[in-house]
Design a protein around this ligand. Structure first.
Ligand SMILES: NC(=O)c1ccc[n+]([C@@H]2O[C@H](COP(=O)([O-])OP(=O)(O)OC[C@H]3O[C@@H](n4cnc5c(N)ncnc54)[C@H](OP(=O)(O)O)[C@@H]3O)[C@@H](O)[C@H]2O)c1
Length: 327
C-alpha cells in the first residue's frame, strides 16, 4: 500500500538551501524492511557532511540517520518486530527527516517501554557513538585522563556524563563560557575555552606536564595537530569528526617523535555493522539511560519542516546538547 508522506530530499550538495521538503508517495516496505511512522528524529553533524558533500552520498538522497517511531507495516520475511511496536534506529540509507520511511529491519532496535521517545531520539546515535568511543575504540578506565573537544555539543555532553560515571578525569574544550557551564553541568571536571586560550598549555598545566591518556577530537582541521601535543607518551588520539574541516595529512614518523603515539579514525558504521554488536551496544546505552548515567540535558526541538534552520544553527555553533525534529 502507498502512503503519502512528507520528507526532506536533496539532489545537489550545498548549504541548507539544497534541502527540499516534499510530499511523496511511499510504497509499502520491500522484503526485509519495516515501515515506520516517526515520532522524533535526531539531528547529527554527519547530516551536514552528507548534505554538503564532505561525506558524499549518492544523489538524490534523503537526509538523517536516526529516529524513533512506530512500526506501521512489515515487509516480507521480517520477523522479530510487530505492527504498533515502538522502535529506534541508527544508520541505514539517509532518510530520517520524514514523517514516515521504509528501513532495513536489521537496523531497528526494540525500545524498552520506560524510555521517552524524544530522549531516545536525542541520544541513540550520539549515545551509541560515545558507547563505542569510550568502551571499544579505546577502553577507558577509572583514573584515566581524557581531553574531549566540543564538550558541550551533542556527543560531547553525553561523553562528559558517561566518562565522569566511569571515574575518568574529563578535560573539555568549548567555544564560550556559557558552553563551559553546560559541560561542567554534565560532569566535565576542567573546561578550556579554546577560542580564548591555547588548549595544549592548559592541558599541560592540568596534568602536571604528563599529558592525557586519550584525546577525542571531532573538530578536525583546527585542533588535530595540537591534540597530538596533549598526549602522554604512548597515548591515543581518536579523530572522529571534522566540524572545522578535514584533518591535514599526517606524517606517520612524527608519531615516534611525539612519544610513540597511536592515532585512529573510527566510524560508528564499523562499530555497529554486526547485528549482535549493535544490539549489545544499544542494550548498554538503554541501560545507561534507564539508570540516568546518560541523559539528554537540554534537548532543542524544531518542527520537522524547520530542518533547514536547525542545520544553520548547528553549523554556526549556536546549539548545545542534542537537537531533535518533531514531525
Ligand atoms: N566518527 C563517528 O563515528 C561519529 C559519530 C557521530 C558523530 N561524529 C562527530 O562528532 C562530532 C559531534 O557531533 P554532534 O552531532 O554532537 O555535533 P555537535 O558537537 O553538537 O556540534 C559540533 C560542535 O563542534 C564544535 N566546532 C568546533 N569548530 C567548529 C566549526 N568550525 N564549525 C562548527 N562547529 C565547530 C562546536 O562546539 P564549540 O562551539 O564548543 O567549539 C559545535 O557545537 C561531529 O564532528 C560529528 O561528525 C562522529
Amino acid at each position: 500500500m502507498t502512503t503519502e508522506i512528507q520528507a526532506f530530499r536533496f539532489s545537489e550538495f550545498g548549504t541548507s538551501d539544497v534541502l527540499d521538503f516534499e510530499s511523496l508517495p511511499l510504497p509499502g516496505p520491500a522484503p526485509g524492511e519495516i515501515q515506520i511512522r516517526h515520532l522524533a528524529i535526531g539531528i547529527n553533524y554527519i547530516d551536514i557532511y552528507h548534505r554538503s558533500g564532505v561525506a558524499p552520498v549518492s544523489l538524490p538522497s534523503g537526509v538523517g540517520v536516526e529516529a524513533v517511531g512506530i512500526v506501521t507495516a512489515l515487509g516480507e520475511g521480517v520477523t522479530g518486530f510487530a505492527v504498533g511496536e515502538r522502535v529506534a534506529y541508527v544508520g541505514g540509507p539517509p532518510g530520517a527527516y520524514a514523517t514516515h520511511r521504509n528501513l532495513p529491519a536489521a537496523r531497528a532496535l526494540a525500545l524498552p517501554e520506560e524510555l521517552d521517545s524524544r530522549e531516545v531520539a536525542a541520544l541513540v546515535f550520539k549515545g551509541l557513538t560515545v558507547e563505542y568511543l569510550i568502551h571499544r575504540c579505546f577502553q577507558l578506565k577509572r583514573g584515566d585522563t581524557v581531553l574531549f573537544h566540543a564538550a558541550a555539543g551533542g556527543v560531547g555532553s553525553i561523553a562528559c556524563q558517561w566518562l565522569a560515571a566511569i571515574g575518568a578525569t574529563v578535560i573539555g574544550t568549548v567555544s564560550s563560557p556559557a558552553k563551559a557551564e553546560i559541560a561542567r553541568s554534565n560532569g566535565c571536571h576542567h573546561t578550556i575555552v579554546y577560542t580564548e586560550k591555547a588548549f595544549q598549555a592548559e592541558v599541560a598545566e592540568i596534568t602536571g606536564g604528563r599529558g592525557v591518556d586519550v584525546v577525542y577530537d571531532s573538530v578536525g582541521a583546527e585542533t588535530f595537530e595540537r591534540s597530538l601535543d596533549c598526549l602522554r607518551p604512548r597515548g591515543t588520539l581518536v579523530s572522529f569528526g571534522a566540524a572545522s574541516g578535514p584533518v591535514p595529512p599526517l606524517d606517520v614518523s612524527s608519531l615516534a617523535a611525539k612519544g610513540s603515539l597511536y592515532v585512529t579514525r573510527p566510524s560508528i558504521a564499523h562499530y555497529t555493522a554486526d547485528r549482535k554488536e549493535y544490539e549489545t551496544a544499544a542494550q548498554n546505552l538503554f541501560t545507561a539511560i534507564s539508570a540516568r548515567v546518560v541523559r539528554a540535558s537540554g534537548i532543542t526541538t524544531y518542527p520537522l519542516s524547520e530542518a533547514r534552520r536547525a542545520h544553520q544553527d548547528l553549523e554556526a555553533r549556536r546549539t548545545t546538547g542534542s537537537v531533535v525534529l518533531l514531525p
